[in-house]
Design a protein around this ligand. Structure first.
Ligand SMILES: [Fe+2]
Length: 457
């Protein structure tokens, strides 16, 4: 038979007569042909019905808080349709003894390749506050790495955040520090105040895929709460709307949620600028905002904090909206400066400018400090922070050398902001400089004995 003949030929071939070598070579060719045919027949069904595993492998895993205490949403992407499962367990229990099933939504990017992907969403519920959970996600066609998280609960007493905008795939200066802080467990949530990837739709949404892979190192461990920026506008914000899973039913455009003593409102400032996508969005957001600002149970959640991408005040030397007197965001009917003071919004978080700027308490372009000695103790207007220097390929911006009276501190360092609410009266804000090895280059305490409209008088 062939095998002994082949082995014999292989061993002795070098020493055989030329005719004998020809016979051996012919035998080997036949052997290889027979084995190749067998292999093809054996594996043909698999080649037809199976996809390369990479297309069913979960990636781009990230968490978000859906606004329901004791719950968490896990979102991820595959490139072929699979089931949507999360297996999880409290840290220290039998691994993965709980499981939850979710849904999968196809997303076709609008670029010329019409790339298709599948976005999976699974909500975990009945999570015990104070515990850590380990989880992985996917299906029997592929599981993610194993991650961990600490459930969000409205009873968290002193919630701590990292916040920033304008983080891209290239030059993501702040990412390493954020990865370390996340792994140290010092953050309860991350707020990304618009402008992702630069831009998610580029290269037929491959840039978006790469960005989501990049932030998995932080977003798979703590809720990654977002709002849209101008860099998400392509194809009517479709990459943003499909890839994130924020609370409510607005495809993550605007929503609110509670954590500890804070009510956080996330807005789309882009509804004021991209009217071609529907003016009704502007009115819908305004109607929703009016209702949402009538915060229930203000005694339990005295702090109202808003986040939106484009600021209404800034002192950069570009020609952006916030550099103009009475910026569009400030004056538009239903805009933040018209809505926020009456319910007593305490802090307004912005990005878009690739710098950090802290403002004195300001309303209507005027400063309303608490006092000369202690401007942030019982301020008479909201406090604005602009934090858009996390790092992206557009680098940082420059400042106008002659800022207005409301500008209190400015930095062009790359970095991000820490925020922690300590109790009903004290809130900490600090700016971390990546350029200065993680040094906190600016910090304030906002102290409020009263919240709400009455606090302004
Ligand atoms: Fe922007």
């Amino acid at each position: 038979m062939g095998i002994p003949h082949y082995i014999s030929c292989r061993v002795h071939n070098f020493f055989l007569h030329e005719d004998t070598r020809a016979v051996c070579f012919s035998s080997m060719v036949k052997m290889v042909t027979v084995y190749a045919a067998c292999a093809l027949l054996c594996f043909a069904p698999l080649l037809v019905v199976s996809d390369p595993p990479v297309l069913t492998q979960p990636e781009q895993v990230h968490l978000s808080y859906p606004g329901v205490p004791g719950s968490m949403v896990v979102t991820w992407t595959t490139f072929n349709r699979t089931d949507s499962l999360v297996e999880y367990s409290p840290w220290g229990d039998i691994l993965f003894h709980k499981s939850a099933k979710g849904s999968v939504t196809p997303f076709v990017d609008s670029g010329n390749e019409k790339r298709k992907m599948f976005i999976h969403r699974v909500t975990l519920s009945d999570l015990k506050p104070g515990s850590h959970y380990v989880y992985h996600c996917g299906s029997d066609m592929g599981w993610s790495d194993m991650f961990w998280f600490r459930p969000i609960d409205e009873t968290i007493i002193q919630p701590a955040f990292a916040l920033y905008g304008d983080l891209g795939n290239e030059n993501p200066q702040s990412l390493a520090r954020l990865q370390k802080e996340t792994q140290l467990g010092i953050l309860d949530a991350i707020l990304h105040i618009g402008d992702f990837a630069y831009d998610m739709h580029e290269d037929n949404a491959r840039v978006g895929d790469e960005f989501m892979r990049q932030i998995q190192s932080i977003a798979a461990y703590v809720p990654y709460m977002t709002c849209p920026g101008n860099h998400e506008s392509a194809y009517n914000f479709s990459n943003y709307r499909n890839r994130f899973s924020m609370p409510g039913r607005t495809e993550s455009l605007w929503y609110s949620w509670n954590i500890g003593p804070i009510h956080i409102i996330s807005l789309s400032t882009e509804v004021y600028f991209y009217l071609e996508f529907g003016q009704e969005l502007l009115f819908r957001q305004y109607d929703w905002l009016k209702q949402d600002l009538e915060v229930k149970n203000r005694a339990a959640r005295p702090w109202i904090i808003t986040m939106g991408h484009r600021p209404m005040y800034c002192s950069d030397d570009d020609q952006d909206d916030c550099t103009t007197f009475d910026s569009f965001v400030a004056i538009v009917q239903g805009g933040p400066d018209r809505c926020f003071p009456s319910p007593g919004v305490d802090v307004e978080l912005w990005a878009h400018e690739h710098t950090y700027e802290r403002l004195w308490p300001v309303y209507g372009d005027k400063v309303f400090n608490g006092s000369v000695a202690e401007p942030y103790t019982n301020p008479k207007a909201p406090v604005h922070i602009i934090t858009g220097s996390a790092g992206c390929k557009e680098k940082t911006d420059r400042f106008n050398p002659n800022p207005k009276d409301w500008s209190a501190f400015r930095s062009t360092d790359y970095g991000y902001t820490h925020m922690q609410v300590v109790n009903h009266t004290h809130l900490y804000l600090g700016q971390v400089s990546d350029d200065q090895a993680g040094k906190t280059i600016d910090s304030i305490w906002i102290i409020k004995d009263k919240h709400g409209y009455d606090a302004w008088f």
